[in-house]
Design a protein around this ligand. Structure first.
Ligand code: SAM
Ligand code: F3S
Length: 445
């Protein structure tokens, strides 16, 4: 009988990707399909995130919620993976003794063996080691699910991070930067294109730090990889996330002038607009250097949309530091952001720093920043009114089932009236209206 697998994913796109890989691994090992409800699942997996405290704590409340299912049916298996698993390890079993398996982001490919060992020994299994790139070697060839028609796919090109920003747990939970071999990435992209995928997003914590080994032993960088993928017939759009300012080489920037398949959207985390805070975060660049990157990217691709990550309330952030961040926002004109309050993470250097700014002050700063970036987004959206955009149709609109939702090159969602047969196709839409964060359009015949 087909077994049912429920996976709850917390956090970033990398985790979404890893959850899909967990499902691939489980399907390859056993006759198994994914379900949207834990109630009818035989295996329940939590793919966790520890980037901020709230996300990490949520895992334990969610585990508490599935506990009655395990009590009612002891044959159900419960697994905890991802970054909280990596950080907490055995503590998870201590806090939630009904958990059967604990595995890290780098050992998800070992799930079938861990399950077999759990069943054979009757004891919980823990494997949160960092066996380097082994994970990718053991993942099945990517297969597009039959119901995934939107023609956009993700490919992880590297794992981990070696930057050690003082606030961040990633180097400890996912390990140091390891790049996948060049030919392996090319094979995955080619497989996906052969299955009808038109848009590829390259994934990693710091994709532009990519240093992949080629078959001839040469090491190739991110700009080389992008060029090689863009040269593949069938790849129509190329995105990547996330990148780091320190690794924005001039060769990479130049691609914006020569490679139309590379989208007109760059998400480049800056975190703060104060040199003092950037140094305390150990980001390895100044505000001026960041602005110089943006100026050169815009020289290569004038209409590019720039978004960023911000951390507000880093230990010791003063009003002056925050005003410098607001000034950077004006200078660059970011039109989207992921912005959060600083969250102290155990084991990171910033957790030891003096932090005496009251929470209300930090919250007010965050609100001001988000309001301003919202306004800039509205302005950018208004400037798209009347233009014709080539969009990739992603699926039925969330708000109105008679409409389709599509994505522009610069990462905006546009809803329009059209048949669901268009899903997975590129169409041209004239932008007719701006409705908060989304646009409305009409098909251009
Ligand atoms: N390559 C990216 C960069 O250049 O920063 C790193 C991606 S990191 C996994 C994702 C984002 O999580 C960071 O950009 C940062 O804004 C946020 N983040 C990480 N640690 C955090 C913390 N302790 N508190 C709040 N936000 C945090
Ligand atoms: Fe984290 Fe900084 Fe790396 S934010 S993922 S340590 S670039």
């Amino acid at each position: 009988m087909t077994k049912k697998l429920y996976i709850k994913t917390f956090g970033c796109q990398m985790n979404e990707y890893d959850s899909d890989k967990m499902a691939d691994v489980m399907r390859a090992g056993e006759d198994m399909e994914r379900t949207n409800s834990p109630d009818d699942a035989d295996i329940i997996l939590f793919n966790t995130c520890s980037i901020r405290e709230k996300a990490a704590e949520k895992v334990f409340s969610d585990l508490g919620r599935v506990r009655p299912l395990k009590l009612a049916n002891p044959n159900i298996l419960i697994g905890v993976g991802g970054c909280v698993a990596s950080q907490e390890g055995e503590t998870i079993i201590k806090r939630a003794p009904y958990v059967d398996i604990v595995f890290g982001p780098q050992t998800l490919h070992r799930l079938p063996e861990l399950i077999a060992a759990r069943l054979a020994t009757g004891r919980p299994q823990i494997d949160i080691s960092f066996p380097e790139i082994e994970k990718f070697d053991h993942l099945p060839i990517p297969v597009v699910e039959a119901d995934a028609k939107n023609s956009a796919s993700f490919v992880a090109i590297m794992e981990g991070c070696s930057k050690y920003c003082t606030f961040c747990v990633v180097p400890y939970t996912r390990g140091e930067e390891v790049s996948r071999p060049f030919e392996d990435v090319m094979r995955d992209v080619s497989e996906l294109v052969a299955q009808g995928m038109k848009e590829i997003t390259l994934l990693g914590q710091n994709v532009n730090a990519y240093q992949g080994e080629a078959e001839d032993g040469d090491i190739v960088d991110f700009a080389y990889l992008l060029q090689a993928i863009a040269a593949l017939a069938g790849v129509e759009r190329l995105r990547y996330t996330t990148s780091h300012p320190r690794d924005m080489s001039q060769r990479l920037i130049d691609l914006y002038a020569t490679t139309p398949k590379l989208v007109s959207h760059l998400h480049l985390p800056v975190q703060s607009g104060s040199d003092r805070v950037l140094a305390a975060m150990k980001r390895g660049h100044t505000v001026l250097e960041y602005k110089s990157i943006i100026r050169r990217v815009r020289a290569a691709r004038p209409d590019i949309s720039i978004s960023s990550d911000f951390i507000i309330g880093f230990p010791g952030e003063t009003d002056e530091d925050f005003e410098a961040t607001m000034k950077l926002i004006e200078d660059v004109g970011f039109d989207a952001s992921f912005s959060y309050l600083y969250s102290s993470r155990p084991g990171t250097p910033a957790a030891e720093m003096q932090d005496d700014t009251p929470h209300e002050v930090k919250a007010a700063r965050l609100k001001r920043l988000q309001t301003r970036i919202d306004e800039l987004e509205q302005q950018a959206n208004q400037s798209m009114l009347g233009t014709v955009q080539r969009v990739l149709v992603e699926g039925v609109s969330k708000k109105d089932v008679s409409e389709q939702a599509a994505r522009t090159d610069n990462n905006r969602v546009v809803n329009f009236r059209g048949s669901s047969d268009l899903v997975g196709q590129f169409v041209e839409l004239k932008i007719t209206e701006v409705v908060r964060h989304t646009l409305r359009g009409e098909m251009v015949s």
